[in-house]
Design a protein around this ligand. Sequence first.
Ligand code: MN
Ligand code: MN
Length: 307
Amino acid sequence: MFLRIDRLQAELPAPTKQDPNAAAALQELLGGKYGEMSTLGNYMFQSFNFRSKSKLRPFYSLVAAITAEELGHVELVSNGVAMLANGPDSDAGEAGGADISNAPFAAMQDIRSFASFASHAGGAMPVNSNSMSWNADMVTTTGNVVVDLLHNFHLECGARLHKLRVYETLTEPTGREVCGYLLVRGSVHAHAYALALKQITGADITKVLPTPNIPLDRIPECQKYLAEGSHRRLYRFSPDDYREMAGIWGNGEQALPGDPPGELEVVDGPPEGGKVHDLTGVASAFAPDYAPEEMFEVAERLWKASR
Ligand code: MN
Ligand code: MN
């Protein structure tokens, strides 16, 4: 089962301007071929379907714990998409009854994904940068542990390719931060699957890393995560389970050459992360609609009653 924590895995800086096309670019990291929906879907179903779990505990634990992290990546990218689509926060516009007679959203006709405004009010969806639906064809769960781990290694390298290309298109700090954090974590996952394959087969594909060949120290947004040692950490995302993966991620294994040196470690629980951004309402787009002031009042009364 899953436990939910109302925080993001990384602190995202607020956008400086509304940029729905940057949001659409970032959607590629959510619902694209190598996006977070794909990594989540692959590891989640592989972990559900894993054979001989009790005998292959370190490998099962690795896939299961990374599954939980990927769910948090889906959450992080989704928040980044919505933040970019909505722009800087504003207290204005929270009241109902907005004037809609002068085409306040005329500019939305020219954004890449009009549906992201018209159907989702600038929210994220499991679609790629061209609004094509993510679907189950992106999931590989073969029942063969080596084939699945090889697929996962390819997926993480492909995700790195994705993130570097999207990063190269973005000027907004929100989207660049999402890429910086995910590049560090993707590097960890590629490394982890390579180490798992090395343990089973003896083949050292850690030597293929990094692919594509840009070291993390060339990306400014990665620096604080490298400084805190995120590239050496795997999180259990569990009060007490999945400790066995320390046999693969740990066990004297070291950070990749090119990254700050140190031993790999399994960390209890989740990362500290950052706050969930508070998207404000937009009366002229009918979100959240009804009578905002009344809804806020009802919510406050209910909240008080719950304490
Ligand atoms: Mn991910
Ligand atoms: Mn990953």
